[in-house]
Design a protein around this ligand. Structure first.
Ligand code: RRO
Length: 310
């Protein structure tokens, strides 16, 4: 009932982890493989391993999460080893996330993937909000176009981009016009809402150490923004560019709403961190229940069919 075709492969269901959650180590990635997630993605990798920002750097809060991890990861070779092993045993393409902290590093990372035997799908993260001194790339429109132009001069494997949330119709228009110039296979909206601040009411203190407590916000807080970004890009991008919907998925209803807005795959970050990989079975069951009640046999029957008021 939840079968989802994305590029040339049909996944059992559209659910995945969001990059960064439960995917830093091979053990965590194996647990996703063993879960009811339809697909999985690795933690954004840099060329060299990074320790990331000082702890505490991730906090679950009542309506979501705040994080300033600072791109901790084991380096691209670690995840490439995992991916090459994975593709020997599994048919489903793996999603591989990279996030350079400079244009040059992004190109190096993608060169390495291009030259490797990796045959899955690559996600270029243009939206990390947490590396001090490094602004979110995709809020700089000319820089985004420059990077994609350079990338597609050599990169021939399937590539998607992870975007930050936008909050203005003019920005949806401008970013979509840039993305439509390139043979991207998907855009993933949204990354966390950058640089929020959460205060503990007992201690009058922030809850994460880096950057004076500022961090990316996920969870319930972000669903309306995520849905708007999924819808905003679904209605503006060439139909060849699919949408991955990420942000505020806690229930089958949330997943259903992302699909109504036009998403093909769905990623879960904050709530996966709270619940662990058993969440995938729960959301799959809840989504199936909603589809049964509404009389749908497949997701394709309602994907993108959000109703508006004349
Ligand atoms: O590692 C992080 O701090 C981080 C990244 Br790369 C990202 O893309 N999004 C996020 O919320 N945290």
């Amino acid at each position: 009932m939840l079968k989802t075709t994305f590029l040339d492969y049909t996944y059992a269901n559209p659910l995945m982890n969001a990059s960064g959650v439960h995917c830093m180590t091979m053990e965590e990635l194996d647990q996703l493989v063993d879960s009811k997630a339809g697909a999985l993605i690795t933690k954004s990798a840099t060329m060299a391993a990074r320790a990331g920002n000082p702890e505490p750097r991730y906090s679950d809060v009542p309506l979501g999460s705040i994080n300033s991890m600072g791109l901790p990861n084991h380096g691209i070779d670690y995840y490439l080893d995992y991916a090459l092993n994975y593709q020997k045993n599994q048919q489903a393409p793996l999603f591989f996330s990279v996030a350079g902290t400079s244009v040059q590093e992004n190109l190096q990372l993608l060169q390495k993937i291009q030259e490797s035997e990796f045959n899955g799908i690559t996600e270029l993260n243009l939206s990390c909000p947490n590396v001090p001194g490094k602004p979110q790339v995709a809020y700089d429109f000319p820089l985004t176009e420059e990077i994609l132009t350079k990338v597609f001069s050599f990169f021939t494997k399937p590539l998607g981009v992870k975007l930050p949330p936008y909050f203005d119709m003019a920005h949806f228009d401008q970013m979509a016009a840039i993305l439509n110039k390139f043979p991207l296979v998907y855009v993933n909206s949204i990354n966390s809402i950058g640089n929020g601040l959460y205060i503990d009411e007992q201690s009058d203190e922030v809850v994460i150490r880096p950057k004076g407590g500022f961090g990316g916000i996920g969870g319930e807080y972000v669903k309306p923004t995520a849905l708007a970004n999924v819808r905003g890009f679904y209605t503006r991008l060439n139909p060849e560019i699919k949408i991955i919907g990420t942000g505020g998925i806690l229930t089958g209803q949330d997943a259903y709403e992302h699909l109504l807005c036009g998403a093909t795959m769905l990623q879960i970050g904050t709530q996966l961190h709270k619940e662990g990989p058993a969440i995938f079975e729960r959301i799959n069951n809840e989504l199936e229940e909603i589809m049964k009640k509404k009389g749908y046999q497949t997701i394709d029957e309602f994907r993108g069919k959000l109703k508006t008021i004349d």
